[in-house]
Design a protein around this ligand. Sequence first.
Ligand SMILES: NC(=O)c1ccc[n+]([C@@H]2O[C@H](COP(=O)([O-])OP(=O)(O)OC[C@H]3O[C@@H](n4cnc5c(N)ncnc54)[C@H](OP(=O)(O)O)[C@@H]3O)[C@@H](O)[C@H]2O)c1
Length: 268
Amino acid sequence: MSISRNRSLEGRLVLITGASGSVGDAVARRLVLHEVDLALAYHKNEFAVEELAAQLRKDYDCESQLGRYLRISLHRVDLESVEEAEGLVGQVEKAHGRMVDVLVGAAGWARKVERKGEMDFLDIAVEEFDRTININLRPTFILVKNVVEGMKAKRWGRIITISSMAAYGVGQNGCHFAASQGGLVAIVKSLAAPLAEFGITINDVAPTPMRSIDDMIFGRGDQSRFGETPPLKRLCEPWEVANVVRMLCETPFTTGQSILLSGGLGHM
Ligand SMILES: NC(=O)c1ccc[n+]([C@@H]2O[C@H](COP(=O)([O-])OP(=O)(O)OC[C@H]3O[C@@H](n4cnc5c(N)ncnc54)[C@H](OP(=O)(O)O)[C@@H]3O)[C@@H](O)[C@H]2O)c1
């Protein structure tokens, strides 16, 4: 068999939620190298996606780099709103005039629970539980429902969720956050078989805490303490998550998996 470059991503339309965050940003920068078009969804940080898009256009929007012109669209969405989440895929498909081929769910939200007593889960309010599920988990259900028809028609699709090692019981961010991440893994495992016959794969990437711009999950001090925990003695980097996303896009025999980026933590 001759060795040739895998071109299966070329010309695909990739929708990335949380593109204004550290993981979404890294995924966009990684996949653009494969000559995809990008739909970048954000919630409040318009500046971040505008900067990202400007940089990608500057670096790649010329025929000499990609052999064609790069198309990028920006989409503001509050995924906590069912109505807005329901509307996102239609907006993207209208902007590009075609169906989404790859969905990467990198939007997420977390707030550290201040521990008052021995067991911090007693301090998690029901409203906090609901909000975390509604931002981190429910949109995946909605977005997957909205992208699969287009993918089925083409008999090709890639769906990738970004969860966390919290899905496996690691983390200090509360059982509500863990439930939202574990739910993503459960969706992936549950949908892999029914989607397989249409050429659609669905997988998850579950990293340890990362050096996130927004210090999403931990405060800075706690992050550096966690960095000492894995045998590799550091935190995961967003580009490492993006590399796995790329691998999952180009490896169609892999479906229904949650790939752990654990730095060697071996208790899963
Ligand atoms: N950061 C970590 O240490 C870490 C570790 C393990 C797993 N993860 C997982 O990785 C994913 C992304 O993490 P990250 O480091 O990229 O976080 P981040 O830098 O804080 O970015 C979070 C992203 O989610 C978006 N978002 C938040 N609430 C939203 C809403 N209601 N509607 C739509 N978008 C919303 C944000 O949009 P705006 O900024 O535009 O408002 C931002 O783009 C999360 O799902 C998380 O579970 C993160």
